[in-house]
Design a protein around this ligand. Structure first.
Ligand code: IPM
Ligand code: MG
Length: 359
């Protein structure tokens, strides 16, 4: 029995999460495995009601009682400063020290790419975004706020340990994936100190993996190359801020934010899985949001838990639905969120039956 903590969150979060959970239960039932899902109401509604964003015992509970966390999306126009979203999202990423934000960019159907020339097989790489440091650490402040002399300081932290462990995660992933090439991206021509640390750590870690090709690319050049020649990338490893930016670019290459999945990993911890998209308040409650990013986040969750066959069947089913237009309007279909989720479940069931009862 595995136990999954589910945080549907705000906006379209609950809608896409419901479909992802439906897919999870379907694939588990086909495999004859037990999954228990427990919902947590963390999000804007609860925050506005009783001032609680992430309760103080939540991390302990996740760590001790659950095998994984599935998050929908956070953000609500009624909470202008995103306080609750930051508390919950960063509370879990930082609090559980989930240092590797793993974001695959895989084009499931050629028609979804904004690039004229891209064949589906040409866009298939994985970004390892450092997830616990950099400009995201929340160190700084505002001096003389609201006056003409105001000054804002936002510190960026780069540690040897932090850089080394994300590099290790990227290289060991590359080894498990046929010695794929690893491209490290930084801005060491301008950011001299953090860049220097990244460079040295990269050379050291890459020496431990002689079979893996290691290349370096400044992040501005990478933004260009991701559009010009995305097939040249297999594994990308970079810092938190740069990773945030290039994974939105990556999401667009694979059909938009609705398609992108992610995993927040620390092998020693309860890990969190979430679609890359936000809460899209304008789409909420209309049954139009694309559930594929959330469904593929469940796929990543199952892979992480060692349910390889079940993960693979989800990928096959979701890919087939996308290619056969059994999907939402943003990717060319005519289905609602729920119906798109149902279509994936139906394909899972028929793939499971076709496989002589086992998947
Ligand atoms: C992401 C998001 C978050 C981030 C936001 C919502 C704080 O853009 O997960 O990529 O910057 O990490
Ligand atoms: Mg982002």
């Amino acid at each position: 029995m595995v136990r999954i903590a589910v945080i549907p969150g705000d906006g379209i979060g609950p809608e896409v999460t419901a479909e992802a959970i439906k897919v999870l239960h379907t694939v588990a039932a086909c495999a004859g495995k037990d999954v228990d899902t427990v919902h947590f109401d963390y999000g804007a509604e609860r925050y506005l009601r009783d001032g609680v964003s992430l309760p103080s015992d939540a991390l302990h509970q996740f760590r001790t009682e659950f095998d994984a966390i599935l998050l929908g999306a956070l953000g609500d126009p009624r909470v202008a400063d995103m306080k609750h979203a930051i508390d919950i999202l960063f509370g879990i990423r930082f609090g559980l020290d989930l240092y590797a934000n793993v974001r695959p960019v895989k084009l499931l159907d050629r028609r979804l790419s904004p690039l004229k020339t891209a064949a589906a097989s040409e866009i298939n790489f994985t970004v390892f975004r450092e997830n616990t440091e950099d400009l995201y650490v929340g160190i700084g402040g505002i001096f003389k706020k609201g006056t003409p002399d105001e000054v804002a300081i936002q510190e960026s932290i780069t540690t040897r340990k932090g850089v080394e462990r994300i590099l290790e995660a990227a290289f060991s992933f590359a080894v498990r994936h046929k010695d794929a090439k690893v491209t490290m991206s930084d801005k060491s021509n301008a950011l001299r100190f953090s860049g220097d640390l990244w460079q040295r750590a990269f050379h050291e870690v890459s020496r431990r993996y002689p079979a893996v090709e290691a290349e370096h690319m400044y992040v501005d050049a990478m933004a260009m190359m991701l559009v010009k020649n995305p097939s040249s990338f297999q594994v990308i490893v970079t810092s938190n801020m740069f990773g945030d930016i290039i994974t939105d670019l990556g999401a667009e290459l694979q059909g938009g934010l609705g398609m992108a999945a992610s995993a927040n990993i620390n092998p020693e911890q309860t890990c969190m899985f979430e679609p890359v998209h936000g809460s899209a308040p304008k789409l909420a409650g209309k049954n139009v949001a694309n559930p594929v990013g959330a469904i593929l986040s469940v796929q990543m969750m199952l892979e992480h838990m060692g349910w390889d066959a079940e993960a693979e069947i989800i990928e096959k089913a979701a890919g087939a639905c996308v290619r056969e237009y059994e999907c939402t309007g943003d990717i060319g279909g005519e289905l609602g969120t729920r119906e798109a989720g149902d279509a994936v479940c139906r394909r899972i069931q028929s793939l499971a039956q076709g496989g002589a009862g086992s998947i």
